[in-house]
Design a protein. Structure first.
Length: 220
């Protein structure tokens, strides 16, 4: 019986590797850390199939984090899941604007969702950030529009969960990012969520900070 956090994580990753092998799935080494952590966060092996990556998105995202690039999430739940220890080591910060009164006021004034208003605020105040979207397809659609208008975020993570506009928003942002050379990691289909967005962010942080092994995070 494993009790310590590091033991539990290593054991979980070993189980994931064994099950992937049994399914005949060989992960691309470039993307493996992200896929494994999404499965680890969800116990859902569909992420080995439904995650899509623009070329070198993981390497480019990790490189951006090493430069101290900030992360902006669409929910406070995703924000709460981001590894602050790893991010501080890299010199970056993570923020979510959704609950700020100015965002709600802007959304009411413009007749949009708060997610759209938050992405507008992010584009104005931190245009080169990593954008991690785990809940709001309207945020993802707005990001696609912003990229078409000239915004160049360091990376777009598009994994909202649900039924309305979710599939379409993911397909659109992946297409737009590909056309304009913006790195992107997108979970096609209905699955995703704030925990998956945080898992992808953490995989990138741990990669950038050489913390993939839990021992590097101070875990036994």
């Amino acid at each position: 019986m494993k009790h310590l956090p590091g033991e539990i994580e290593r054991g979980s990753m070993a189980i994931i590797e064994a099950e992937l092998e049994a399914r005949g799935v060989a992960l691309d080494p470039e993307n493996a850390a992200v896929i494994r952590r999404c499965i680890h966060a969800s116990a859902d092996f569909d992420y080995a199939e439904n995650l899509r990556f623009t070329p070198y998105a993981v390497s480019l995202g990790a490189a951006a984090l090493r430069r101290g690039t900030n992360i902006i999430t669409d929910t406070n739940m995703a924000l709460a899941g981001v590894s602050r220890t790893g991010l501080e080591k890299l010199g970056g910060t993570a923020r979510c604007f959704m609950a700020e009164p100015t965002i709600a006021a802007q959304a009411r004034a413009n007749g949009t969702t708060r997610a759209v208003a938050a992405m507008d605020y992010a584009a104005e105040h931190d245009p080169g950030a990593i954008l991690a979207i785990g809940n709001a397809p309207t945020a993802l659609i707005r990001i696609a529009e912003q990229i078409e208008a000239g915004l160049r975020p360091a990376l777009v993570i598009g994994v909202p969960v649900g039924f309305v506009n979710v599939v379409e928003s993911k397909e659109r942002v992946l297409k737009v990012c590909g056309e304009y050379g913006v790195p992107a990691i997108v979970a096609l289909g209905r699955k995703g969520g704030s925990s998956v967005a945080a898992a992808i962010v953490n995989a990138l942080i741990y990669t950038a900070a050489d913390m993939l092994d839990p021992a590097a995070r101070g875990w036994n």
